[in-house]
Design a protein around this ligand. Sequence first.
Ligand SMILES: [Zn+2]
Ligand SMILES: [Zn+2]
Length: 307
Amino acid sequence: MRATCPAFNGNRANLEKHILLSLAENENFDDYWEYIHNPKSFFRNYIQNHIKKYCSEQNNKIKTFLKISVGDIKNVILSAIHESTARAKDKSSTVSGRLDLFCDHLRSNLNFPRKDLISIEHQEINDFLKEAMCEGLDDLMVTVEKICLSMPVEDMVPEIQNMLSEHLCGCWKQCPFCGAICTNTIPNHDGDHSVPFHRPKAVNGGQWANTDHFNIDCCTSLVASDCVFIWNNSREISFKTYRHAGGEYATWSIPPDTSTQPYWKWFVCHFRSNLEEKYEKKFTGRGEIPDAWTNITKQNVLDDLKK
Ligand SMILES: [Zn+2]
Ligand SMILES: [Zn+2]
């Protein structure tokens, strides 16, 4: 699945790019709201829906893949039986020694616990051991194939979801100003949280102090300005020294940068009235949306993301 779904064939930052693309394509404000405010559950649902869709569309492909995999596993075990028998013939080995060899041969391809073979250690050493193993294997693989092929593909969704979620996990901390998600691939990582692209503060409901005017500036330009923010409803802190606010603020690295991406500018223009209604603030005064932003088209945004 990871090889065939572009959303899943990289790290979480790659997945997020695909999420932003699909959000823009669908233009659903409620989905954006969930993504901005509950990113972890949004990602989980996105992964789950993607797997369900994939499984229902690729049902036959998955069954064929399982059949081939069962065949491959059988061949690996057969060759381990033959190789360990051939090597054991050179020296006078015990059944236990022979089974050790068998597990050694398997180890590079399969995780097979040696302890599972304890029950047959008492058997006589002769060619019957090899034959018994091959025959047992045939019966076993027929059963395994039957179980695999009779299992509804939908039943595999939770397991695939767990594997993918584990692979695509990472740090979930959000920028205290704009809500952008830290892109570090390690949960509870050392060092500061960071993200290559911040968003206009308004995306997260940010406003200018003592007004109901949205703040449409990006954190990266705010930290280069002389502006201040009100911390804890009382203290004024300069954006330049945002770390002095402590807590979450002290754990983020937000380097000053004036370059901005079109994505969230388009979002702000496109969902202007939804944002005003939800946050009960206005795009006016210092939060007036520049004309240049309204000229950004959805196509511009999609092209920029795909770069
Ligand atoms: Zn930010
Ligand atoms: Zn982080």
